[in-house]
Design a protein around this ligand. Structure first.
Ligand SMILES: Nc1ncnc2c1ncn2[C@@H]1O[C@H](COP(=O)(O)OP(=O)(O)O)[C@@H](O)[C@H]1O
Ligand SMILES: [Mg+2]
Length: 166
């Protein structure tokens, strides 16, 4: 099942992150994919704002994993840009973060993990949209479970109510 949203600006992308945060709980896994500059980190920083996190979220590319503990829920922000293959994921302890259900797990370049992951997840693919303008992006949200089906129904209501979108 899937949902597509046109993101008009970086502010809009962050705002969609804020709104998605309202339906999330500890243990939820988001795999974020798409090219560099697609808006993945912008989206996670909105999500963090929705969780009332004190710090700003930056790209964890150099640290691979950032954990934020002072929001309404713990946020684990992972960036797999520099990692490749199951052994490297294992060494970095990615599996541990996914399994312990202690917080919301957002994984940039999450498509790399897709064939190794045996957990339920929400996939969000970010695309540039050059025909609509340089500050436009499209996200394709994909899921397979009834768990995410129920949650996305609530998310749809939240974005419709506030923006008359879709
Ligand atoms: N609609 C949009 N949504 C998100 N970012 C946008 C958008 N339009 C332009 N941008 C810009 O694109 C860049 C996205 O960067 P970032 O969120 O770090 O992407 P990624 O983490 O996917 O590499 C930022 O510089 C942001 O200002
Ligand atoms: Mg990023």
């Amino acid at each position: 099942m899937h949902l597509e949203i046109l993101l008009e600006s970086p502010v809009h992308t962050a705002d969609i992150g804020i709104k998605l945060s309202r339906i999330l709980k500890a243990g939820d896994i988001l795999l974020l994919s798409g090219e560099l500059g697609g808006g993945k980190t912008t989206f996670v920083s909105g999500l963090a704002r929705g969780l009332k996190l004190k710090e700003d979220v930056s790209s964890p590319s150099f640290t691979i994993i950032n954990e934020y503990i002072n929001g309404k829920l713990r946020l684990i922000h992972i960036d797999l840009y520099r990692l490749e293959g199951e052994a490297e994921f294992e060494n970095a302890g990615i599996d541990r973060y996914i399994s312990k259900k202690s917080g919301i797990v957002c994984i940039e370049w999450g498509e790399k993990l897709e064939k190794f992951i045996d957990k339920d997840y929400l996939k969000i693919d970010f695309k540039y949209c050059p025909d609509k303008g340089i500050d436009k992006r499209i996200i394709m949200i994909n899921w397979k479970s009834t768990y995410w089906d129920r949650k996305i129904k609530r998310f749809r209501k939240i974005i419709r109510k506030k923006e008359g979108l879709l």
